[in-house]
Design a protein around this ligand. Structure first.
Ligand code: GDP
Length: 299
């Protein structure tokens, strides 16, 4: 928890320190406090809708005397945020299939490749063998990057030449995964945004190939998002979710932003489980998301 707190320092400064400052020395809850709280939440990128809902709940509880003190207000604020973050979803159980196939999508630069490397390391530490499939054949550099990471982590990689048909690469890669009795497959996909329509068609095709190759796969489709891009995150979720049906989210670069409230905003808006958060550039800097722990680190 203390490490997570350190990594979330920028957000904490922008959020918890301002809230503590607001509450400091105050005994009574007045309208002014709730108004200022609202502003702090918006500034920390909790989003207008989530913030309004939260303030509405707190206002109601205050007027009904369910909240009587500043201490209680703080506790309730925590609880409200926790309620937004706790999304009902089956626990992630990669044991239920072999190979367990995760397709990763996201716009270039969000940290998708790094996230895949970190995931392979995370599962390797649990004794799992990973295969990374390099299906972003659009960029030669993407294949190279994935290869460097695979070597560093000690994971298998399946790749073809730049320009190869991504769906064909995935098809062949999955055959290799089956033959080699791989535990978990990560499919790295393209994220070029300038050809949005082509990209979505390419991703849909990859998804179909996975469905046809392995029963019930892809077991997960994870969208990787860059927390530093603030509310852009929301439009990206909409776009990818519409096209593919995203089953989980990864929010990266939470160490690099003061607007970590985007986590709350995203959970509140989409009710898609946040599976991991990225809190740095190194391999251990991917953290399984735990709502309770996150709230404790935040406030
Ligand atoms: P991709 O284009 O989506 O595959 O993005 P990359 O994985 O290549 O990452 C882009 C940049 O973001 C790299 O410089 C990474 O080191 C950096 N990065 C990725 N995740 C994190 C994170 O959680 N925190 C920080 N500070 N940097 C990150």
């Amino acid at each position: 928890l203390s490490r997570l707190k350190d990594k979330l320092l920028k957000t904490r400064q922008n959020f918890s320190e301002r809230i503590n400052h607001l509450f400091l020395g105050k005994k009574e809850i007045d309208e002014h406090i709730l108004e200022e709280l609202e502003e702090i939440l918006i500034m920390a990128d909790l989003g207008v809708e989530a913030t309004q809902k939260l303030i509405q709940n707190l206002t109601q509880k205050t007027s009904q005397k369910e909240i009587n003190s500043i201490d209680q207000l703080k506790q309730d604020l925590k609880q409200e945020i926790l309620n937004f973050l706790q999304i009902e979803a089956p626990p992630l159980d990669i044991e239920k299939a072999k190979p367990f196939v995760i397709m990763l999508v996201g716009v270039n630069g969000v940290g998708k490749t790094t996230a895949i490397a970190k995931l392979a390391k995370y599962y390797k530490d649990q004794g799992k063998r990973s295969l990374l499939i390099a299906a972003d054949t659009f960029r030669a550099a993407a294949i190279e990057q994935l290869e460097i990471w695979a070597e560093r982590v000690g994971a298998e990689i399946y790749k073809q030449q730049p320009g190869a048909d991504p769906a064909a690469v995935v098809f062949d890669g999955l055959q290799v995964a089956k033959k080699q009795e791989i535990d978990i497959v990560f499919v790295d996909t393209a994220g070029r945004l300038h050809t949005k329509i082509n990209l979505m068609e390419e991703l849909k095709k990859i998804k179909k190939v996975i469905e046809k190759s392995i029963p019930l796969a892809p077991h997960e489709i994870w969208l990787v998002l860059d927390a530093t891009t603030g509310q852009n995150v929301i439009s990206q979720v909409k776009m990818f979710h519409e096209a593919l049906g995203v089953t989980g989210l990864i929010l990266t670069k939470l160490d690099g932003t003061a607007k970590g409230g985007i986590v709350v905003s995203t959970c509140y808006t989409f009710k898609i489980p946040l599976r991991f958060i990225g809190i740095g550039e190194h391999l251990p800097d991917l953290h399984p998301f735990d709502a309770q722990e996150f709230v404790e680190a935040l406030l």
